[in-house]
Design a binder for this molecule. Structure first.
Ligand code: PEP
Ligand code: MN
Length: 330
């Protein structure tokens, strides 16, 4: 059995059947043990979350021991966090992060920022340092790209979200970004997490492409422990056996993070799908599952994009996605 969430011990002369019924009625799964004449009910980790006090009030329950969490700071993080003056999380308007995969030129990012701001997009994304799978692929314009993006965002009153790939870049990136992205290839890089966290900016933590949810939560714990004011999770698809889509969007993980762990979680349908014709459907699914926002790659001329063109939306297509997700209940 996996490590249980809680262990309920029933009093010596109490009616354990009653306690079991009460747990079942609350949607909890458990294994039953008898130790030293006591019945213990070990609640399975995939059970519904329940308050310890609630269980203590069940007639016959003597003690309830909670599992010590490996990520207490994440558990204590509020469901709504702030990036500057923008709130992200449950019950807030969907946070939209849009922009190109890579910042390609000053003119490109300035023009796109103008169009996105007019659509009400608050966060401008764009890679300056690009984590490419191939060393021969375009690696990003680096520092210059950061400056272009900062200027474009300032002109439009937008916030900048961009990735830091190494501890050495952390200071530079955090000086120019409002939220620092940790990419999928770097989720396990604790040195990078610490370096970014030290700069005290909100972190957008993408899920490693083969990371379990507990590993993802622990990566967030690193960031919070080392000074990040908040961590927003971003599901971007995991590796599967099937290459038909670029990655497999794990909607279950989104629901789990949003509704069980009560964390702010966004979805990046672009890197999940790898193709623009699926972005609308995946975006709607994401919001329905409890995502607090979306990160969507957008480009004014996707056919000539320097990276990830096939998944980039035209601004007018993004407008349609935003309009449709507006009607999806969370
Ligand atoms: C990105 O968002 O620019 C990116 C490279 O995504 P990921 O780290 O999810 O592959
Ligand atoms: Mn990309």
């Amino acid at each position: 059995m996996e490590e249980p969430n809680m262990i309920v011990t029933v009093g010596q002369n109490a009616d354990s059947k009653w306690v079991e019924q009460e747990l079942t009625a609350r949607g909890l799964w458990f294994d039953r043990f008898e130790r030293g004449g006591r019945v213990q009910l070990a609640i399975a980790p995939h059970s519904r979350q329940v308050d310890r006090d609630e269980l203590l009030h069940i007639r016959g329950v003597e003690t309830v021991v909670e599992r010590v969490s490996l990520h207490p700071l994440v558990d204590a993080q509020p469901a709504v966090v702030r990036v500057g003056d923008v709130e992200v999380g449950a019950g807030r308007p969907a946070a939209i992060i849009a922009g190109p995969c890579s910042v390609e030129s000053e003119a490109q990012i300035a023009s796109l920022a103008r169009v996105l701001a007019r659509m009400g997009v608050r966060f401008l994304r764009g890679g300056a340092f690009k984590p490419r799978s191939s060393p021969y692929a375009f690696q990003g314009h680096g520092r210059e790209a950061l400056m272009w993006m900062r200027r474009a965002a300032n002109e439009q009153g937008m916030k900048v979200v961009t990735e830091a790939m190494s501890a050495e870049e952390a200071v530079l990136v955090t000086e120019l970004a409002d939220m620092v992205q940790i990419g999928s290839r770097n989720m396990h890089n604790s040195a990078l997490l610490k370096a970014v966290a030290k700069q005290r900016r909100p972190v957008l933590l993408k899920r490693g492409m083969a990371a379990t949810i507990e590993e993802w939560l622990s990566a967030a714990e690193y960031a919070l422990l080392h000074g990040a004011p908040s961590v927003i999770f971003c599901e971007r698809g995991i590796r599967s056996f099937d290459p038909s889509t670029r990655n497999m969007l794990d909607i279950g993980a989104v629901a789990l993070l949003a509704h069980v762990h009560r964390q702010p979680v966004l979805v990046d349908p672009s890197h999940a799908a790898g193709r623009r014709d699926l972005i609308l459907s995946l975006s709607k699914a994401a919001i329905a599952a409890g995502a607090s926002g979306l990160m969507i790659e957008t480009h004014e001329d996707p056919g000539h994009a320097m990276s990830d063109g096939p998944q980039a939306l035209l601004p007018e297509d993004l407008a349609r996605v935003l309009e449709e997700v507006d009607h999806v209940g969370r």
